[in-house]
Design a protein around this ligand. Structure first.
Ligand SMILES: Cc1cc2nc3c(=O)[nH]c(=O)nc-3n(C[C@H](O)[C@H](O)[C@H](O)COP(=O)(O)OP(=O)(O)OC[C@H]3O[C@@H](n4cnc5c(N)ncnc54)[C@H](O)[C@@H]3O)c2cc1C
Length: 156
């Protein structure tokens, strides 16, 4: 079962805080996901309560516009696999670019990160992803080979 925090629970305030501490996020609930089942649980809970779901791994892009929102923390989705012969990385929704660079760099490889090692691969790439290396290799989003699109059995 996903770890769910509600206003008044110990740790709730801390869990709502984004990277940009100038932004308050008075959300209705916070769910901390560690696997696909947790994500499915969070979506079902939100649906039951009539809440919108906002995925937010780090909160670099936090706006504070969170009325009626269940904040889905995805930092715990931390799987990272580097396929050296294929020169690809498979990163979970909570993996930050610095982690990819450390793992890939050990094999003499790099990804297409931007200026911050703590933004996530997912959030950055969903915005296009303008890298140090984009003049040579384009937007990070242009290098995405696949995303996980299978439906979870319990959310069908
Ligand atoms: C210091 C700093 C330096 C930066 N440098 C660069 C740079 O060089 N190049 C560049 O292109 N950008 C740069 N950015 C911008 C950065 O890429 C965006 O702010 C990005 O959205 C951060 O992603 P995040 O996941 O870490 O942040 P979050 O705020 O946690 O997430 C951002 C958004 O991504 C979406 N999202 C994340 N995960 C999921 C998911 N699993 N499912 C659905 N939606 C999801 C959500 O809409 C979320 O609101 C920089 C930002 C900062 C703060």
């Amino acid at each position: 079962m996903v770890n769910l925090l509600l206003p008044g629970d110990a740790g709730f305030e801390q869990a709502t805080r984004p990277w940009n501490l100038a932004v308050d996020q008075p959300v209705s609930a916070v769910a901390e996901a560690h696997d696909a089942d947790d994500v499915a649980d969070a979506v079902k809970l939100a649906r039951k309560q009539g809440l919108a779901v906002a995925a937010q791994p780090s909160g670099h892009g936090a706006s504070g516009d969170v009325d009626g929102v269940l904040l889905l923390r995805t930092r715990g989705l931390s799987t990272l696999e580097i396929d050296v012969p294929a020169r690809t990385a498979r990163a979970g929704a909570g993996v930050a670019w610095g982690e990819v660079q450390a793992a890939a760099g050990a094999h003499g490889l790099t990804g297409l990160p931007g200026s911050s090692p703590v933004v996530t691969v997912t959030g950055y790439t969903l915005g296009g992803g303008l890298s140090w290396f984009s003049r040579a290799h384009g937007w990070a989003s242009s290098s995405v080979r696949s995303s996980w699109t299978g439906s979870h059995p319990s959310t069908r």
